[in-house]
Design a protein around this ligand. Sequence first.
Ligand SMILES: Cc1cc2nc3c(=O)[nH]c(=O)nc-3n(C[C@H](O)[C@H](O)[C@H](O)COP(=O)(O)OP(=O)(O)OC[C@H]3O[C@@H](n4cnc5c(N)ncnc54)[C@H](O)[C@@H]3O)c2cc1C
Length: 116
Amino acid sequence: MVSVGRGVAAQEDLALVDELAAALEAEVGCTRPVAEGSGWMARERYIGVSGALLKPDLFVAVGLSGQIQHMVGANSAKTIVAVNKDKNAPVFKQCDYGIVADLYEVLPKLSAALGA
Ligand SMILES: Cc1cc2nc3c(=O)[nH]c(=O)nc-3n(C[C@H](O)[C@H](O)[C@H](O)COP(=O)(O)OP(=O)(O)OC[C@H]3O[C@@H](n4cnc5c(N)ncnc54)[C@H](O)[C@@H]3O)c2cc1C
């Protein structure tokens, strides 16, 4: 599962997330503001206490802060990887691997490394 948050600046930029998910053969989810605030993704796609609760092998958190209401839907994952440009983002206290970086720089590189 790849979950995306408000770190994505425009709806069309979700293509970067789709590309990474395709390379991982993963589904794409999101935080509640991405679905209910901006309406960029279907409500069924948001993860958390009031959304979907998951137990994936891998959860990649992209541009999301890691608020508890979101992470309760994800923290049963076997492995959590986070990408966030703010090194103090709470998500880094909840992940197994953290990448402090701009998602716009790192996602294309991750996808390319995975053969996308
Ligand atoms: C009663 C209640 C229930 C809720 N239920 C849910 C729920 O079920 N699911 C849910 O998701 N939320 C839920 N919420 C909302 C939740 O509290 C958070 O507000 C929400 O999850 C935050 O979404 P976010 O991480 O996308 O946004 P933000 O908290 O705004 O985080 C965005 C992150 O993106 C990072 N970022 C910005 N630009 C970039 C970039 N270029 N590259 C990398 N990183 C970047 C920032 O550093 C920041 O950490 C609920 C809230 C309440 C009050």
